[in-house]
Design a protein around this ligand. Structure first.
Ligand code: HEC
Length: 439
């Protein structure tokens, strides 16, 4: 057996052990998620404790995500803004002066590795791993444990919870492999084509998901897929490449500069994915996006616009001013505002709708959740503090009711109470006519 055979075997072993670690982490996450769920239900603390668990994981997820994406922004900024030409030692790729928090900082980037490795080397990986883990736990807590309410919308596809969960998790795993395979082709060298192909595939997946899941769940899965690709890049490519670089430097072996470049490319992909992923994470506050009939196209538009903005920032940091990008992004945004505008329901309706006609609809379709003492099996406290017990409470929320129950049809949640389209229209006419509660 010669040296290259040995190296190959060693690499295979390393890959297997990496794979095992991934499986272990995923299993731990799933067991942990299910463990929490069953413990809470077993002790009958139900939705109150669940609310707090959601809070803790969401909080952690946001804080970790900020640290991760913040670091991504910072290091791409460094990369873009390095002085690469003036007064550089041979071994340096560039350097940079900065001032922050009342101190001057001087940073040097090495072309490959320093002659001698420093004793303390800071790594950036746990932000990424734990953002992903808390995200997957949240996905399970919110969507998979309440699949009937949040994941499935029978009006879109009447599938079982098990099927929906398989489609959801399959998308995340399959999506990562697809992306990784694409990265291993020569396509990765052609940045623009790669971006276009990636965008096209993502839009196809989003089209598919929007036809099997509720709009909200389809969006969150695209976010989770992007997040999984980003975390996968860190775990499977960037960190192993860096480990190999450190190892080679320690052994004084020649370093393959392509390794660093390849990891750098994946890191750049991550950077471009940050803005779309952040949008998706806040999207469930905006039913005009996920509630639209063509929600997948709205998502594609927002992805395109936000990637363009990220590109503008990157070019700006490099000292290039691609002024055309900003008008492009603004026009894309304006176009989205226009195409998502609700169609007025009032024009052809000349009969007056009295409150007496709509009140029973709220009683039968909404107050199981939106009441001071909800009877729903999951919502034990009126969601969002929205209560429809009295005529005044209904009237006060008229504009939001119009958006959620009439225009975007995102209420009742998963249409659990089976509201019909004529009922939605009736509510719409009543609100269009001024939402009067006295006849
Ligand atoms: C099965 C439970 C359930 C039913 C039934 C339900 N909702 Fe909701 N509603 C929720 C949940 C959960 C939220 C908070 C999450 C969200 O905003 O999507 C919410 C939030 C809302 C909000 C506040 C959010 C905003 O966008 O301002 C409004 C308004 C609303 N619902 C209207 C309605 C109307 C009108 C009905 C009846 C036609 C209804 N809901 C039926 C669960 C329900």
């Amino acid at each position: 057996m010669n040296q290259s055979d040995l190296d190959e075997i060693k690499e295979t072993i390393e890959e297997i052990s990496l794979f095992r670690r991934v499986i272990a982490w995923v299993l731990i996450t799933i067991i942990f998620g299910y463990g929490i769920y069953f413990l809470v239900n077993y002790y009958g603390m139900g939705s109150h404790v669940m609310d707090w668990i959601h809070l803790v994981f969401r909080w952690a997820h946001v804080v970790l995500g900020i640290s991760w994406i913040g670091a991504s922004f910072y290091f791409i900024f460094l990369e873009n803004s390095l002085n690469r030409t003036e007064n550089l030692r041979d071994e340096l790729a560039g350097n940079l002066w900065a001032i922050h928090g009342g101190g001057f900082y001087y940073i040097e980037k090495y072309k490959i590795a320093p002659g001698e490795l420093p004793k303390k080397l800071h790594w950036f990986k746990y932000e990424a791993y734990f953002t992903w883990l808390t995200g997957i736990i949240l996905l399970m807590l919110v969507y998979y444990f309440n699949a009937k309410t949040f994941l499935i919308d029978p009006a879109i596809a009447n599938i079982s919870s098990a099927a929906a969960i398989c489609i959801g998790s399959g998308t995340l795993i399959g999506g990562w492999f697809l992306y990784d395979i694409l990265c291993r082709t020569s396509l990765i060298q052609k940045k623009k084509t790669f971006a276009l192909v990636g965008f096209f595939i993502l839009t196809l997946i989003s089209f598919f998901l929007s036809h099997v899941f509720s709009g909200r769940a389809a969006f969150i899965h695209i976010g989770a897929l992007i997040g999984t690709i980003m975390a996968g890049n860190v775990f499977f490519v960037i960190i192993p490449a860096q480990k190999a670089m450190v190892k080679a430097a320690k052994l004084g072996k020649p370093l393959d500069p392509n390794l660093g470049k390849y990891a750098g490319l994946r890191s750049l992909h991550n950077n471009y994915m940050t803005l779309p992923v952040i949008f998706v994470m806040i999207s469930n506050h905006f039913p005009a996006t996920f509630g639209n009939t063509f929600n997948w196209a709205v998502l594609a538009g927002l992805t395109l616009g936000s990637v363009a903005v990220r590109h503008y920032i990157n070019l700006h940091e490099k000292g290039q001013h691609a002024a055309w990008i900003i008008p492009f992004a603004v026009i894309a945004l304006l176009a989205l505002i226009i195409v998502t505008a609700p169609v007025s329901t009032n024009s052809k309706y000349n009969k007056t709708v009295s409150f007496k006609e709509v009140q029973p609809i709220f009683k039968s379709r909404c107050i199981s959740c939106h009441s001071s003492s909800p009877t729903d099996d999951l919502q034990k406290i009126a969601p969002g503090g929205v209560v429809f017990d009295t005529p005044e409470q209904i009237q006060k929320m008229a504009q939001r009711i119009l958006v959620r129950a009439v225009q975007t049809k995102t209420m009742p949640q998963g249409n659990k109470t089976g509201i019909t389209d004529p009922e939605r229209e009736l509510i719409g006419h009543w609100i269009d006519q001024g939402a009067k509660i006295t006849d």
